[in-house]
Design a protein around this ligand. Structure first.
Ligand code: GUN
Length: 277
């Protein structure tokens, strides 16, 4: 079966709109973006569109690609102090003159809508309450929506990024999955793929996975956004095998899968911050 995000998103948007309508003040998201990454342009446009749909205000600060770190630091500091700002998002990646870890960590943890600061990542590692990174949170929500339990399952995550792989491993572990965090140096990766109950693939290579790689009943969560030779968006899972695979596995499509759930998780985090304070 294809785990389309569409029915989940329709339901979630209704819920988010309702929560916003019950608030005295409109939550406001500040997005800081630095020129230079075309994928970020697309992600940010989508985030802004969905925020507007739900009734959330967005302030978009767009800096040229040669911007000095000091200007970003100053902007984060102003937004931290501004009571009208509910959450702050520093869109990644940043150009090489900017230190992503240092700058992200300047965001006040209570306004860290991405959950990327040391404090929120630490809270996640400890399994206590904090803002959670959006892509992994969206993955967990989509699995829940489709009633796919993770408890006791062998979960293979092929991605060890701070944004997705590492936090997702912690969330899955908290929900009693047995997690293998794989990467480019992992030995016998194909054997591990063939044995896994749930495979989360974030390799960034079109056609990395196909119908022959996985066992019957496996669940494949495709978090990659690639572009094939014709310039069409695709994930790691070969689109040509969707029909064959649909009869014996569950998998998320690209587009129409995890990307959509990430934005829902972002808005959910923002509203939660607003409700808390
Ligand atoms: N770049 C790719 N995904 C993300 C995300 O979820 N948050 C931020 N801040 N940057 C990203």
């Amino acid at each position: 079966m294809i785990l389309s995000a569409k029915p989940y998103v329709e339901q979630k948007i209704k819920e988010l709109k309702e929560r916003v309508s019950m608030m005295d003040e409109t939550p406001t998201l500040a997005i800081i973006q630095v020129e230079g990454d075309p994928a970020s342009d697309r992600y940010v446009t989508n985030k802004m569109k969905k925020c507007a749909e739900v009734g959330i205000a967005v302030e978009h600060y767009y800096f040229g690609k040669n911007v000095d770190s000091f200007l970003i630091e100053e902007k984060i500091s102003d937004l931290n102090a501004d009571d009208d700002i509910t959450g702050i998002l520093l869109q990644l990646p940043l150009p090489p003159q900017l230190d992503e870890h240092y700058l992200t960590n300047l965001i006040k943890p209570n306004k860290d809508v991405d959950g990327f600061t040391e404090l929120n990542m630490g809270r996640l590692a400890l399994g206590v309450y904090g803002n959670e990174p959006c892509t992994p949170k969206g993955v967990m929500e989509l699995l829940r929506f489709y009633n796919i339990p993770v408890q006791g399952k062998d979960v293979l995550i092929i991605n060890r990024s701070n944004i997705v792989g590492k936090p997702l491993a912690m969330m899955m572990t908290k929900q009693n999955a047995t997690v293998t965090l794989a990467h480019s140096k992992t030995a016998r990766l194909r054997d591990k793929i063939a044995r896994a109950d749930i495979i989360v693939t974030g390799v960034g290579q079109a056609g990395f996975l196909d119908e022959r790689d996985v066992k019957n009943g496996a669940v494949i969560i495709d978090i990659s956004i690639n572009f094939n030779e014709e310039g069409k968006m695709c994930g790691d899972l070969d689109k040509e095998c969707y029909d064959l695979l649909a009869g014996r596995c569950d998998f998320t499509p690209v587009p129409g899968g995890v990307g959509q759930t990430t934005v829902m998780a972002l808005i959910d985090n923002l509203i939660e911050i607003s409700e808390r304070f």
